[in-house]
Design a protein. Structure first.
Length: 459
C-alpha cells in the first residue's frame, strides 16, 4: 500500500486523484516521473540496511526485499552488519545478482562483550551507525552514488549517517512512533513494563539527539509506516513526509501462500505468529480464546522468546493447555504450512510498525483479528478481518472473544474475508508494485537534482 493519506509538503492547489481506499496520487506530477523512470537511466543507489537477510520476515525481510527489488533496475550497494554476511553470500552463490553489492560493517568485539544482551540491541545499532560514517564517505568518493536510502532499522528516533553524503536522501519507511496504551501496561508483567520504560526513554533521548536532528534536516523525503510516526517525522523533518508500509510480499510468496494445505484433523484453528515478547499481545489472544469457549478449536502459537514460559503458565491457568500448541520457532516455509492449515490469524500487537504476518495471512486467504493499533490497523480493513478497539485489556479480550465466536460460526464470512484479503495483497502490497513507485520517486529526486526542480513527491 503506497498512500499519501496525511503527509506534509504537498501544495493544496495541486490536483489529486483518489485510488482505492487510501492511495492518493498527483496525476500531473506523476506523469513527469513516469517519463523520467521510463528513460532507463540506471542510478547508483546506496542503501543502509542493518537488518537484511534472505528468507526472513520482519525487518530482515524488509531490508532484503528493498535491496533486491531496487537492484532489478539500478546498481545497488547495501551496507549491512557483518553478521548477515554468511547468509547473504550463501544465497548469492546460488542466486547471483550482478547489480547488487554488499558492504559488511562489523562491530568491535568489545561492543558484543559490553552490550550483547537483547535489551542493548539499540546501543549496538547506534554504535554501528557511527562506525559506517567513514566507510560510506570513502565508498562515495570511489563510486559517486546518485542517491542514498535508509531502509532498516525502521526507527525514526535513530540516526542515519547516509544523510551526510550531500546527495538526495530518503529516510524510511520508519516506525517507532506508536506506544502501548497506558491501560495495557499493568498486564505486561514486570519484565514487559521495564522493556516499555526503556523503549520510551530511548525514544525520548533519540528525539533530542543532535544526530537524529541532523538526519531529519538532511532528508529529502521521509516515509512513515503509521500515522503516529508521521506526526513525529513532521516535527523532525523539513521535507515532504508521507505514509508507506514497510511490509510487502513477492509474487512467489503469494503463489506459495495460495496453495492449500491439507488439515491435520477436523479442528478449527486460530494461529498467532511472531516473537514471544510482551508487546505482541499473545496473552490477550489466549485469554480471548479461553473466553470464547469454542470446544472444537485449537490455538497454534508459532514463535519463541522470553514470554514462552509465561504463556504456557497462562494457558494452564485458563484451563486450555490441552488445546494450545506451542510450535516454537519455525522456518518461513514451515510457518507458511502452519498458517495455511489454520483458519484465522490472531495478531493482538500493541505497537507493531509493520505487521508482516498480517499480509501473509491475507495472502493465504485467512481473516485477521488485530487491535486497532499501529501498522496492522493500516493494513486490515473490515473486509479482510476485524480491528478490535483497544481501550483496556478487559474490553479488548472480551471483544476478541466475541469476534472469534462470530468468525468460527460463519463460514461464508470467513471465506469472503479470505478472498478479499488475497485480492488486497495482490493489488496493494506486492513488492513489484511497491518498487515501481519507489523507482518513480528515485527518478523524480534525481531529476530534481539535475535540473534544480523542487517538486513534492506524493503517493
Amino acid at each position: 500500500m503506497l498512500g499519501l493519506v496525511r503527509g506534509r509538503g504537498v501544495p493544496e492547489e495541486t490536483g489529486v486523484e483518489q485510488v482505492g481506499d487510501d492511495m492518493t496520487v498527483m496525476p500531473d506530477v506523476i506523469s513527469g516521473w513516469r517519463k523520467l523512470s521510463t528513460e532507463h537511466s540506471m542510478a547508483k543507489v546506496l542503501i543502509s540496511a542493518y537488518a537484511c537477510r534472505p528468507g526472513y520476515g520482519s525487518e530482515s525481510g524488509v531490508g532484503w526485499s528493498f535491496a533486491t527489488e531496487v537492484a532489478k533496475t539500478h546498481d545497488v550497494w547495501v551496507i549491512t552488519r557483518a553478521e548477515n554476511k554468511p547468509v547473504i553470500e550463501a544465497y548469492l552463490a546460488d542466486h547471483p545478482h550482478p547489480r547488487l553489492h554488499f558492504i559488511y560493517q562489523p562491530l568491535p568485539n568489545w561492543v558484543h562483550t559490553c552490550f550483547g544482551a537483547d535489551v542493548c540491541k539499540g546501543i549496538r545499532y547506534y554504535i554501528w551507525q557511527r562506525l559506517i560514517k567513514s566507510v560510506i564517505l570513502k565508498k562515495h568518493a570511489e563510486v559517486e552514488f546518485d542517491l542514498a536510502h535508509h531502509v532498516t532499522w525502521v526507527r525514526y528516533w535513530m540516526p542515519s549517517y547516509l544523510a551526510k553524503l550531500g546527495i538526495p536522501f530518503i529516510w524510511g519507511p520508519l516506525g517507532g512512533g506508536d506506544s502501548a496504551p497506558w491501560s495495557f501496561w499493568r498486564d505486561m508483567g514486570f519484565r514487559g513494563q521495564c522493556a516499555e520504560i526503556i523503549r520510551v526513554t530511548a525514544r525520548w533521548l533519540g528525539e533530542h539527539d543532535p544526530a537524529v536532528a541532523m538526519t531529519g534536516r538532511g532528508a529529502t523525503l521521509a516515509f512513515a509506516t503509521t500515522e503516529r510516526t508521521l506526526e513525529k517525522l513532521n516535527e523532525l523533518c523539513n521535507c515532504p513526509t508521507m505514509l508507506l508500509t514497510e511490509a510487502g510480499l513477492t509474487r512467489a510468496d503469494i503463489d506459495q501462500l495460495a496453495v492449500e494445505e491439507a488439515p491435520v484433523d477436523s479442528k478449527f484453528r486460530f494461529i498467532s505468529i511472531g516473537r514471544l515478547i510482551h508487546w505482541k499481545g499473545f496473552h490477550f489472544g489466549l485469554r480471548a480464546f479461553a473466553q470464547a469457549g469454542i470446544k472444537n478449536a485449537r490455538y497454534v502459537v508459532v514463535g519463541d522468546g522470553p514470554e514462552l514460559g509465561r504463556l504456557r503458565e497462562l494457558a494452564s491457568e485458563l484451563g486450555i493447555e490441552d488445546r494450545v500448541d506451542f510450535c516454537g520457532r519455525l522456518s518461513r516455509e514451515e510457518t507458511f504450512v502452519q498458517l495455511k492449515r489454520s483458519h484465522v490469524l490472531v495478531h493482538p500487537s500493541l505497537h507493531d510498525s509493520g505487521g508482516w504476518v498480517c499480509l501473509e495471512a491475507m495472502g493465504a486467504g485467512k481473516p485477521v483479528i488485530c487491535l486497532d493499533l499501529g501498522g496492522p490497523a493500516t493494513q486490515v480493513t473490515e473486509r479482510e478481518g476485524f480491528k478490535v478497539r483497544a481501550e483496556n485489556p478487559e474490553q479488548a479480550v472480551s471483544d476478541m472473544a466475541k469476534v472469534m465466536q462470530q468468525i468460527y460460526s460463519d463460514d461464508q464470512l470467513r471465506e469472503r474475508m479470505g478472498r478479499s484479503g488475497q485480492r488486497r495483497v495482490s493489488k496493494e502490497f506486492l513488492w513489484d508494485e511497491k518498487i515501481r513507485h519507489i523507482n518513480d520517486v528515485y527518478a523524480d529526486l534525481l531529476g530534481q537534482r539535475a535540473v534544480g526542480r523542487s517538486v513534492p513527491v506524493a503517493y
